[in-house]
Design a protein around this ligand. Structure first.
Ligand code: C5P
Length: 312
């Protein structure tokens, strides 16, 4: 159950779309005093997206379809975002949020962050707030480390907790196959597992980010595939060893390279072009190494109001 029944009032509504992300590169530094780790990461938004409809209601509630595994009630990041924006802007009011969920839950693709970013953009439009992207980004940062990127979209270098962004220019249009797992992984548990592995000895760390930035400048998928890297991958595989087989199956099916996305367990396989992604997806779907397979392309835009979503 994703939350209490939503009882919308008649009136305007806004539709918003927000993208999933893949981390093309993720270097994890040491654990900080605030419980976060310093990161250097390259985010890349893909056209696998959640769609939200936001409308005024008697009380704030979030309904997700399908509801499986989505945090209900007060913990849902879309509802958190709506309430935080109303408080900060001293405007707006309760909203009913309906989420058409396409991004895997607890999959390492920042689906909850996408919903939070979409709720910020949707509520700002619904309430006619005179807020710039910068003010929305400040609120996004407080909700979670990945929320600013879900607002921005594209391809971006993230530092700090991953929330300080600068855009990365690239001509590359990247074609992905996403291998989605049976089970989710908790982000804090995967960071904790990396700390544990590092305390025992050092799993090898990813190379400096420059190789990935140069590969993105070249725009060549093969160079980008060779530069994929994620310090969290060893920890995700330690918690979900079957991911090794998924990565191997994807590469055997013809992907240029693969990487666990963020904290996993989704595996992102980079392919030479759309046609190759189609054949890799078909072969991987029959390999029995993941629950389901999606194709996606990037970069995709950040959270935005859909033109057809109009008011009324
Ligand atoms: O910011 P967000 O709520 O998405 O982060 C979830 C958890 O992931 C944090 O509470 C922390 O345990 C871990 N995390 C981290 N370092 C980061 C980002 C997230 O340790 N840079």
């Amino acid at each position: 159950m994703a939350g209490p029944a939503v009882t919308p009032t008649a009136g305007p509504s806004v539709r918003v779309r927000a993208p999933a992300k893949v981390n093309l590169y993720l270097a994890v530094g040491d654990l900080r005093d605030d419980g976060y780790h310093d990161l250097v990461t390259v985010f890349h938004a893909v056209d696998l997206a959640d769609e939200l409809t936001v409308r005024p209601a008697r009380r704030t509630a979030v309904r997700t379809s399908p509801p499986d595994g989505v945090p209900p009630g007060a913990k849902n990041l879309a509802g958190v975002a709506a309430r935080m924006l109303a408080t900060r802007a001293r405007a707006g009011g309760p909203v009913a949020i309906d989420i058409d969920k396409q991004i895997p839950v607890a999959g390492g693709m920042a689906g909850g962050s996408a919903d939070a970013a979409a709720a910020l953009v949707g509520c700002a439009a619904l309430w006619d707030l005179d807020l710039g992207r910068r003010e929305l980004t400040d609120i996004a940062r407080e909700i979670g480390a990945d929320v600013p990127f879900a607002l921005a979209g594209g391809t971006a270098l993230g530092t700090g907790r991953g929330d300080l962004l600068s855009p990365v220019m690239t001509r590359a249009r990247l074609h992905w196959v996403l291998a989605i797992s049976d089970h989710g992984l908790s982000t804090p548990a995967v960071f904790g597992e990396l700390d544990r592995l590092r305390a025992q000895g050092s799993p090898p760390r990813v190379k400096p980010v420059d190789t990935m930035l140069a590969a993105l400048t070249s725009g060549e998928p093969a160079k980008i595939a060779a530069a994929l890297g994620n310090d969290l991958q060893a920890a995700a595989i330690s918690l979900a060893p079957e991911l090794r087989r998924t990565l191997r199956a994807g590469e055997q099916a013809g992907a240029l390279g693969g990487v666990v996305s963020g904290s996993g367990p989704t595996v992102a396989l980079l392919c030479a072009d759309a046609e190759s992604a189609g054949s890799v997806a078909a072969e991987l779907a029959g390999s029995g190494t993941c629950r389901s397979v999606r194709v996606a392309a990037g970069p995709a835009p950040g959270a935005r109001v859909l033109p057809t979503g109009g008011r009324g």
